[in-house]
Design a protein around this ligand. Structure first.
Ligand SMILES: Cc1cc2nc3c(=O)[nH]c(=O)nc-3n(C[C@H](O)[C@H](O)[C@H](O)COP(=O)(O)OP(=O)(O)OC[C@H]3O[C@@H](n4cnc5c(N)ncnc54)[C@H](O)[C@@H]3O)c2cc1C
Length: 470
């Protein structure tokens, strides 16, 4: 079928105003927050599961590749249409369909913005826990696809621990339902398989999530240190003490300086590292718990420990952490934000190696990370118009990843593999591992029309960063 007929058929399904095909309407959809880009041929905006099903039946019949898109905040290139074809944009499927407070469940469309769900249920004393730093803009569908994390996932688990059921349109247009409001459905755990599958097995059109009571009391502390080693030892000591904070975040000096210049959050710019620690629970005993954490920090040579005295001070401390990437974005025209994981006891060794790698490649690096999880986010600011600088930043990034893996860590904590790291997958999986995953993909997505080119190494390409698509 030619392009004109395809556009007409898609317009019959979703309405002419919900199909974009002019080049000027498509440019925004060639990006996400990664560095590459690729132009789609169409962007389609469905509003129902049935429309998604009809769209995918057309794509399957006409052999058109397609990729689901939430808000395009993904950092591993997952929503980039590397083979052209169709972007299925879920942003207009943004309704909260049901909130069942009694059973602590909500049923949402995939285009609901993460933070909007918490806002919608706040008055009843509830919230949705997974809270990526991008929660003001990313969608729950995108969170499901990437198995997103966030500061409060240390104590409560990442997206997969909060998703109970899904409605999914398979690449041939079939609609399936997995799990549901209840716990422990029989049969294969397809919900578990689909969460984190990076949009390669189908398009998620409804999600049943847990919602939780907001805690009775919250205490937020900021501890500053004159060296990284003391801060990292404090992280281990807090966890070893048997108290798991709701959040345990860390920033190094370059990140603190960038954040303070922008957010004026009260972070001490003279510190080499800060820990942002949040405790949650019952009012009773909260002060005692906070005192215990202050003592642990002090016994590990904290220069200062501030305890937020009210909600405004608490929000100010969090503003510093949540806007860190944006603050670093002000000092450069692009940054490369990495996402790797190391065992907690290797934090210091890996961080010092990261600084050495940055020096070797003559790039700057700022570190903002979920220290409690060992999930590092080195940010490498760069000038995209300087090809040599971009090349050095990419090479430094690959070396940082390899160093994390050598330390017993892994390739991604929460941003996914996408097309950013697909060539690096053999560093952690052998051929049999990868083949088993590919067989699963082939069951759902036999023609590889659904988000092609992601997760798995592409035959014929090697590990060279220079061969990454731009
Ligand atoms: C400043 C900043 C901070 C961030 N902080 C965090 C963080 O703390 N934790 C974290 O986990 N991530 C973080 N991210 C990364 C990003 O926000 C998450 O990966 C998020 O889950 C992506 O959601 P999205 O709606 O933007 O998805 P998109 O970028 O649109 O898509 C991401 C992937 O999901 C697939 N997808 C989207 N919707 C669907 C669907 N309905 N069905 C099937 N597949 C779908 C796409 O095909 C793609 O592969 C951050 C990003 C930025 C820019």
């Amino acid at each position: 079928m030619d392009k004109k007929n395809l556009i007409e058929e898609l317009a019959q399904i979703v309405g002419v105003e919900n199909v974009f095909h002019e080049p000027e309407d498509l440019v925004t959809y060639q990006y996400d927050a990664y560095l590459s880009r690729a132009m789609p041929d169409f962007v389609v905006f469905p509003t129902t599961t049935e429309q998604v099903s009809e769209i995918l039946k057309v794509a399957s019949r006409e052999k058109v590749p397609f990729v689901a898109r939430g808000a395009g905040t993904g950092i591993s290139g997952g929503a980039i249409p590397v083979k052209g074809g169709m972007v299925v944009a879920l942003s207009r499927m943004n309704k909260i369909l049901e909130v069942d407070f009694e059973n602590r469940r909500a049923r949402v469309q995939p285009g609901v913005i993460n933070l909007d769900l918490s806002h919608a249920i706040k008055d009843k004393g509830f919230h949705y826990i997974p809270d990526p730093a991008s929660q003001q803009s990313c969608t729950i569908g995108g969170n499901v696809a990437e198995n997103a994390g966030g500061p409060h996932c240390l104590a409560y688990g990442v997206t997969t621990n909060h998703v109970l059921g899904l409605t999914v349109v398979l690449p041939n247009g079939e609609i399936i339902h997995t799990g549901g409001k209840a716990l422990d459905y029989p049969g294969y755990d397809l919900t578990g398989l689909l969460v984190g599958s990076e949009g390669t097995l189908g398009i998620v059109t409804e999600i049943v999530v847990r919602i939780e009571h907001r805690p009775e009391a919250v205490k937020t502390l900021l501890a500053s240190f004159s060296n990284m080693l003391d801060a990292a030892k404090t992280v281990s000591a807090i966890i070893a003490s048997g108290t798991i904070p709701a959040a345990l975040e860390m920033m190094d000096k370059p990140a603190i300086e960038a954040v303070e210049a922008f957010a004026h959050a009260g972070y001490p710019v003279e510190a080499a590292a800060v820990l942002l620690i949040e405790l949650e629970g019952l009012k009773d005993g909260m002060d005692r718990l906070a005192k215990k954490i202050v003592e642990i920090c002090q016994s590990h040579k904290a220069i200062e420990v501030k305890v937020a005295q009210n909600e405004q001070e608490r929000m100010q401390l969090w503003k510093g952490r949540k806007c860190a990437a944006g603050a670093i974005g002000r000092i450069c025209n692009k940054y490369y934000l990495h996402d790797c994981v190391v065992p907690r006891n290797k934090l210091v060794a890996v961080l010092s190696e990261i600084y050495q790698i940055a020096e070797k490649y003559q790039v700057r690096v700022a570190n903002v990370f979920h220290a409690g999880d060992g999930n590092l986010h080195p940010l490498v600011p760069m000038d995209m118009s300087d090809r040599d600088q971009v090349e050095r930043a990419l090479r430094a990034g690959d070396e940082i990843l390899k160093c994390c893996i050598q330390a017993g860590g892994t390739l991604s904590g929460e941003h996914g593999i996408g097309l950013e790291k697909n060539e690096l997958m053999p560093l952690i999986f052998n051929e049999a591992d990868l083949n088993a995953m590919k067989k699963v993909k082939a069951v759902f997505n036999p023609e590889d029309l659904c988000n092609p080119g992601k997760i798995f190494p592409t035959p014929g390409r090697c590990l060279e960063v220079t061969q990454r698509p731009r």
